[in-house]
Design a protein around this ligand. Structure first.
Ligand code: ATP
Ligand code: MG
Length: 246
């Protein structure tokens, strides 16, 4: 990170790529994560590499859901751990959520490495190592979750999630918040709250909204959730990407 000059016009993008590379080297990110990063980077370029207003609305609604939740869980994969470990730990702290490692390419070594990495960045308790429950209607390995974590959560934040798993979680009746730069991907399409923004900007902004809403009563939080227009947010992001209007 030290080698990238801060005044470089693509500073954020280079920083992001560098973090994924480091994640692969450290054994917390799968090589596939590099491809996911590349796709995300292309969409972010077309969005102007900024949080568009409809994404900010989604981030506020996400904060309201997390604050209202009985048992919120933030799901962590290899890209999320490489990009925003401390930010995820901070959000978990602010909304009183669990962190759970949840991998598409699951190996005990990678789960351990990610859990350690999160703890190094301030996480207290990391779930996902027990894996004593299954998400129904998913291939065995891909479905493993903690019984007292994602399995029983009422609200789940799943950044950069695979489409099949996002659908299966939706079918379990969970309130699902998805962060994904591609508004056409299945994961944001099935989300209650699709956040079309770079996770690097999205997580700190959700945390900031949560801090501001910390004293809001239940009625106010419900109002924010009611007012959020998920179809509108998806259409808005798609329009922005297609327009080429930066
Ligand atoms: P599928 O159609 O199976 O969902 P996909 O192209 O969406 O395939 P995945 O690997 O499942 O690929 O998902 C990666 C997703 O994460 C992509 O939609 C990509 O845009 C998004 N993404 C990558 N990096 C970021 C990031 N930093 N912030 C937000 N979203 C990102
Ligand atoms: Mg996808």
């Amino acid at each position: 990170e030290e080698e990238i000059p801060e005044d470089h016009p693509r500073y954020q993008d280079l920083l992001t790529r560098h973090r994924i590379e480091r994640g692969v080297e450290k054994g917390i990110t799968h090589l596939q994560g590099m491809h996911a990063e590349g796709r995300g980077s292309a969409f972010d370029y077309l969005l102007g590499e900024e949080t568009i207003p409809s994404a900010d609305d989604a981030e506020r609604a996400a904060a309201a859901h997390l604050l209202l939740a009985e048992h919120p869980v933030l799901s962590i994969n290899g890209n999320v751990a490489a990009l925003v470990p401390g930010e995820m730990a901070e959000l978990a702290d602010v909304v009183n959520a669990d962190l759970e490692v949840n991998l598409f390419n699951r190996t005990p070594e990678r789960i351990e490495a990610i859990a350690d990495h999160l703890r190094e960045h301030g996480a207290d308790d990391v779930k996902g190592l027990t894996a004593d429950a299954h998400i129904p209607n998913l291939e065995h390995e891909r479905s493993k979750v903690d019984a007292d974590g994602i399995y029983e959560a009422d609200v789940v934040l799943v950044p950069l999630e695979d489409g099949d798993r996002a659908e299966a979680l939706d079918e379990m009746g969970k309130i699902e918040i998805v962060i994904d730069l591609n508004p056409l991907s299945r994961s944001p399409q099935v989300a209650d709250v699709p956040v079309v923004d770079n996770i690097i900007r999205a997580i700190p902004n959700i945390t900031e909204h949560a801090r501001r809403l910390a004293d809001a009563d239940e009625a106010e939080l419900r109002e924010i959730i009611e007012a959020f227009d998920r179809e509108g947010a998806l259409e808005d992001a798609e329009e922005r990407i297609r327009s080429g209007d930066l």
